[in-house]
Ligand binder design. Structure first.
Ligand SMILES: [Mg+2]
Length: 229
């Protein structure tokens, strides 16, 4: 069990609080319902799930259409991507994340998430995070250039919470980008590597690594940090 003390607990979204795979599969099913035989119906969703499981990223729709004998025209792909990002996802918290969130009563809480804003907003809505967390920041709202590791979102949390830097912890999964800014700012950091995550966790160099690594929130206990004077 990892035990830390903090005033503010900030979470990443994808593969931290819920499984990104669940969002993807929800999107594939929604596409099959909405576009039907134009894209190969249920066969399209099944193909997408298989390609995702095999490790395909960024070209899943093209691969699935081709396998169903349908030309992956750029206009069609654009329509599919737009629907995928804006669909109301059927997703839920990982059970350990749900238990952990219910213990956050004594802390200020926040979310910092990258990605297309429409999709991130749909996920946040589906999970009810706007009501569960004090500060929700989607870097996509500002533009891609402010994605992690850009420090803007982290500095925003600092100004919103007025906590001491060492009193803030960021819990996220991506060793390539998630921990660089919090490390530079003097935050604590915890990497959660879920067995079912969509990207293999790449441990980065020392400037990219989190202070602690867990595979489930059940391995982490946070107690309130009394403010230092
Ligand atoms: Mg993530």
């Amino acid at each position: 069990m990892i035990e830390i003390a903090a005033q503010v607990v900030v979470f990443d979204l994808d593969d931290t609080l819920y499984l990104e795979r669940d969002f993807a599969e929800s999107g594939f099913r929604s596409l099959a319902r909405h576009f039907g035989e134009r894209i190969g119906g249920e066969g399209f969703a099944a193909e997408c799930c298989e390609r995702l499981a095999e490790g395909a990223r960024g070209n899943i729709f093209d691969l699935a259409l081709s396998r169903n004998g349908i030309e992956p025209a750029p206009e069609l792909i654009a329509e599919l991507v737009a629907h995928f990002r804006s669909h109301a996802p059927e997703i839920d918290f990982c059970e350990d994340a749900s238990r952990f969130l219910s213990q956050m009563g004594q802390f200020q809480t926040g979310l910092i998430t990258d990605g297309p804003m429409e999709a991130q907003a749909a996920k946040i809505r589906a999970l009810g995070l706007g009501k569960r967390l004090d500060h929700v920041i989607m870097t996509g709202e500002w533009g891609k250039q402010y994605s992690k590791p850009h420090p803007r979102a982290f500095e925003r949390i600092e100004s919103l919470t007025a906590a001491s830097k060492g009193g803030i912890v960021y819990i996220a999964d991506n060793g390539k980008k998630d921990f660089i800014a919090p490390r530079q700012l003097g935050w604590q950091s915890v990497q959660i590597l879920r067995p079912d995550r969509i990207h293999a966790g790449t441990p980065g160099g020392p400037e990219q690594a989190a202070d602690h690594v867990i595979s489930s929130f059940d391995e982490l206990a946070i107690k309130p940090l009394t403010a230092q004077v």
